[in-house]
Write a protein that binds this ligand. Structure first.
Ligand SMILES: Nc1ncnc2c1ncn2[C@@H]1O[C@H](COP(=O)(O)OP(=O)(O)OP(=O)(O)O)[C@@H](O)[C@H]1O
Ligand SMILES: [Mg+2]
Length: 226
């Protein structure tokens, strides 16, 4: 059974057609890269897969169970599901400006209702693993952009999610930092046996994933690696 399966997804914004009925499957333990031109629909697909957006029509299955229209309408249950199962890393890291790195990483666990002390311990462990030991009390504005992305990776991992969704996670970084954060993200995903769905236009980054897809002309297809 696949972790996530979407079938016959149609997505339009008013008169603008994005997808004409695409299928996509995410299996546990694999890393997927979604590539394509700007405006082709990469973020749109990621948001649909991450239950942040809904297709006009088509089906969505999580662990083989269909997410129905009424599931989509229940915001609280859907938010809880995302909080427990999914981790997110975005290009603009969306860290909370008034919170320290440590507090930012703790947020998903606090939302889930974990005890503060336990959340703190786990957050420190994650931040140390990403070499941010000396930055726990820094606010986002006091961190470099690469450090901010490492903090957002820690936050994505905080609730031990099944899937990490990353939308251009290194898009705002210089090349050296970009490669560093890429390798760190992929190493964590591999070592922990997690599943990664990555959107990137950086083919070198994409090719480090197990499977590479490209969106073009309202369709999605796997990129041949030979
Ligand atoms: N909320 C919205 N309302 C109307 N149109 C939208 C909306 N969100 C996205 N679009 C349009 O849908 C198309 C696909 O957008 P999407 O953000 O998925 O592209 P993308 O492949 O992620 O591009 P980029 O590489 O620039 O991030 C774009 O042409 C965009 O203008
Ligand atoms: Mg995008």
């Amino acid at each position: 059974m696949s972790l996530i399966e979407v079938k016959n997804i149609v997505k339009t914004y008013d008169t603008l057609g994005i997808f004409n009925g695409i299928d996509f499957t995410v299996d546990k333990g694999f890393s997927y890269a979604i590539t394509g031109k700007s405006g082709s629909g990469k973020s749109t697909l990621l948001h649909i897969l991450a239950l942040l957006d809904k297709a006009n029509s088509g089906s969505y299955y999580l662990d083989g169970k269909e997410i129905t229209d009424s599931d989509y309408k229940n915001d609280t249950a859907l938010s809880r599901l995302r909080n427990e199962r999914f981790g997110f890393v975005f290009q603009d890291n969306f860290l909370i400006g008034d919170y320290t790195a440590l507090e930012n990483v703790m947020v998903p666990a606090i939302i889930r209702g974990d005890k503060r002390d336990e959340a703190k311990k786990r957050a420190i462990k994650l931040l140390c693993a990403l070499f941010l030991d000396e930055r726990l009390k820094h606010k986002p504005s006091e961190l470099s952009s690469g450090e901010r992305q490492r903090v957002s990776i820690c936050r994505a991992l905080m609730n031990n999610p099944d899937v990490i969704f990353a939308d251009e996670p290194t898009g705002a970084l210089d090349e050296e930092n970009s490669v560093y954060v890429q390798d760190m993200l992929l190493e964590i995903v591999k070592d922990s046996g997690k599943t990664l769905v990555l959107v990137t236009h950086d083919m070198d980054f994409a090719l480090k994933c197990d499977r590479v897809f490209r969106i073009s002309g309202h369709e999605i297809g796997e990129v041949s690696r030979t």
